[in-house]
Design a protein around this ligand. Structure first.
Ligand code: ATP
Ligand code: MG
Length: 354
């Protein structure tokens, strides 16, 4: 029986409610497939500030570093708005990503057939389906270059990418494509940016090591248009920090269901951090009405990408689909007048389907 040690950071707002449901589903997977998942619950964000004064206590970082993988609910809320900038709950996310050496952010955008109505795109634009993942580089690019202002007020942000930074994210994307449909679209602006020329040359070189994966190259302006006109052509979108920031938000909104979208952040090792893309939703916290599916699907990503348990990950995704197929909806994905299930009922239904 394989044993996996998981650091669990439930966080704030709806975080504890949705993570509890994800662990319920994970326990069902463990029971069915004979794995032992051991949880080490630690504090982050507002909950950590309340208990220790710090948004990211050392003990939390240590527990994450000692784990096989990390699950995060969500952090933040109005209660901690008056914290100094360095101790805001959101700061903890940057801190933990850095401590764990996470450089690749994965944001899948998948449209589940029973929720096709929620997709804001015209039906003919999603006739090829919608199941893609944006792989965004997290540590380089214009966000981390030197910044300064001239005496006349002109602002500068230095944009840079090293070959090594592009190589490691490119490997991640090609490896991911092998676990999906074997296609990578690399997005840059190589017609005008030097960093993008480095990006493209490096991706071309790495691509040669993955002859089983097809690759194409797209300028970011075209890619942002293609995402809303013909998203079915994409499998893995590989891009830098700035373009990835924008494209991953665009990819998220084309499914129409924020409560359904998971994410992963990966580094050099198999240890990753898995969390829903949505925030702590303080407006609905404590009411047992949040949609836990984004967190449940994040756990599926953990099984697939950190533990290499593809069958188990598939089982979660299939269970989610079958529960939606059977008509169960939390408030955020219900149509007016449709019956709604609670957060905990949704978790139980998915666990039972497994
Ligand atoms: P953050 O800054 O942390 O990203 P935010 O203010 O951008 O937070 P969210 O916390 O993601 O936004 O919430 C945006 C809206 O979506 C809110 O109305 C919230 O209730 C709703 N929402 C977010 N996640 C869920 C969920 N899992 N289930 C149901 N509704 C959700
Ligand atoms: Mg937000």
């Amino acid at each position: 029986m394989a044993k996996y040690n998981i650091a669990v950071m439930k966080g704030d707002g709806i975080g504890p409610e949705i993570v509890d449901e994800a662990l319920k589903v994970l326990d069902a997977v463990g029971e069915k497939f004979g794995h032992e998942f051991v949880y080490n619950e630690v504090l982050i964000g507002g909950a950590a500030i309340d208990a220790t004064g710090e948004c990211l206590p050392r003990a939390t970082v240590d527990a994450c570093m000692a784990s096989d993988s990390v699950i995060l609910g969500a952090v933040g809320g109005p209660k901690w708005d008056s914290q100094p900038p360095a101790n805001r709950p959101e700061k903890a996310l940057l801190g933990i990503r850095k401590a764990l050496g996470l450089f690749a952010n994965l944001r899948p955008a998948t449209l589940y057939a029973p929720l096709a109505d929620a997709c804001p795109l015209k039906p003919e634009r999603i006739k090829d389906g919608l199941d893609l993942v944006v792989v965004r580089e997290l540590t380089g690019d214009v966000y981390f270059g030197e910044k300064h202002r001239d005496e006349d007020g002109t602002g500068h942000d230095d944009m840079n990418y090293s070959v090594a930074e592009v190589e490691r994210i490119a490997h991640r994307a090609f490896q991911m494509a092998r676990q999906r449909r074997n296609h990578v679209t690399s997005v840059d602006k190589a017609n005008v940016l030097e960093t993008s020329r480095v990006w493209r040359e490096t991706v071309e070189r790495i691509a040669a090591e993955y002859p089983d994966v097809t690759v194409d190259y797209m300028y970011v302006d075209n890619a942002s248009m293609q995402l809303v006109t013909n998203p079915g052509q994409f499998d893995v979108i590989l891009t830098g920090n700035l373009f990835g920031d924008i494209l991953s938000d665009e990819a998220s909104c084309i499914t129409g269901s924020i409560g359904m979208l998971p994410s992963a952040s990966l580094g050099e090792t198999s240890r990753g951090m898995y969390e829903p893309i949505h925030g702590s939703a303080p407006d609905i916290a404590g009411q047992n009405v949040a949609n836990p599916i984004a967190t449940i699907l994040s756990v599926a990503m953990m099984l697939r990408y950190s533990f290499d348990l593809a069958t188990e990950a598939d089982a979660i995704e299939t269970a989610v689909n079958s529960v939606l197929e059977a008509g169960h909806r939390t408030g955020d994905i219900a149509k007016p007048g449709e019956k709604r299930v609670t957060c905990s009922d949704m978790g139980t239904l998915i666990a039972q389907a497994i």
